[in-house]
Write a protein that binds this ligand. Structure first.
Ligand code: NAD
Length: 260
């Protein structure tokens, strides 16, 4: 379905971004990966997913908190593969503290990585998408783009911001073949959430299993984690022809979290 298209997924060396990159690769898209950590393992997993289509897998290590590095990444993708057809803004970090105790540098980093990076990638990807009259921009927001939780001020502010940014991008391109939508997952058991489970277990002196149950029980009525594979399938749908008039939505995959 996506053969000949190029997808750039930020923060795709782990978790949700890696799952989305694999799902797009399995549809035949060439992939540009980004993020920190074990790059070779991520490259191998994505290449394996796209093996049947003979896709290419490239990597750029831009730090999403640095606009100049984002510009270099977008130029790299254009040079290597012509243009970015599918842009997935996924890189994100978390920090948990009350507003009065929130470290200023953490606030700035979360706003830069979880929100402003999407502005930079989008502004740089749009001209060639508009010229081609085809493009898909998918912003990995969160259920925290729709509702709040205590101690997550920067994250909730950034995620509400990206849901708004998604709508504006969708509207400005509404008469074209370029769509922009956001995905709002509930809990997904990735390293980002494992840290929160571990902190809960340690703070309360309980097992990881009990901390996991408590975490789900507080927010997610299904008592199930959403998986990177499920989110990958939703991203593939957004890239399909059937989704060509889905514009500016914030699509929950949250086990009923925001329905409460
Ligand atoms: P993760 O920690 O597994 O992956 C984050 C990815 O972002 C990694 O590839 C990491 O290297 C990369 N990254 C971090 N800082 C970066 C930077 N400065 N520049 C470039 N890359 C950077 O986390 P995840 O849970 O897969 O989260 C991915 C996205 O999904 C985030 O935007 C997160 O807010 C969102 N999300 C996660 C959950 C969840 O429950 N895990 C729920 C809702 C939304």
């Amino acid at each position: 379905m996506l053969k000949g298209k190029t997808a750039l997924v930020t923060g795709s060396t782990s978790g949700i971004g890696l799952g989305i990159a694999q799902a797009l690769a399995a549809q035949g898209a060439n992939i540009v990966l980004n993020g920190f950590g074990d790059v070779d393992a991520a490259k191998a997993q994505v290449a394996a997913a796209g093996n049947a289509h003979g896709i290419s897998v490239d990597y750029h290590g831009a730090d999403m908190s640095k606009p100049a590095e984002i510009e270099a990444m977008m130029a790299f993708a254009a040079e290597r593969l012509g243009r970015v057809d599918i842009l997935v803004n996924n890189a994100g970090i978390q920090h948990v503290a009350t507003v009065q105790e929130f470290p200023v540098e953490k606030w700035d980093a979360i706003l830069a990585i979880n929100l402003s990076s999407a502005f930079h990638t989008t502004r740089l990807a749009l001209p060639s998408m508009q010229k081609a009259n085809w493009g898909r921009i998918i912003n990995v927001a969160s259920v925290h783009g729709l509702v709040a939780s205590a101690q997550k001020s920067a994250y909730v502010a950034a995620k509400h911001g990206i849901v708004g940014f998604t709508k504006v991008t969708a509207l400005e391109n509404a008469t074209t073949g370029v769509t922009c939508n956001s995905i709002c997952p509930g809990w997904v058991l990735t390293p980002l959430v494992q840290k929160q489970v571990d902190a809960k277990a340690q703070a309360q002196g309980i097992s990881t299993e009990d901390a996991t149950k408590q975490l789900l029980g507080e927010k997610e009525p299904s008592m199930q984690f959403t998986t990177p594979e499920e989110l990958g399938a939703l991203a593939v749908f957004f890239c399909s022809d059937a989704a060509s008039n889905v514009r500016g939505v914030a699509w929950n995959m949250d086990g009923g979290w925001a329905a409460q």
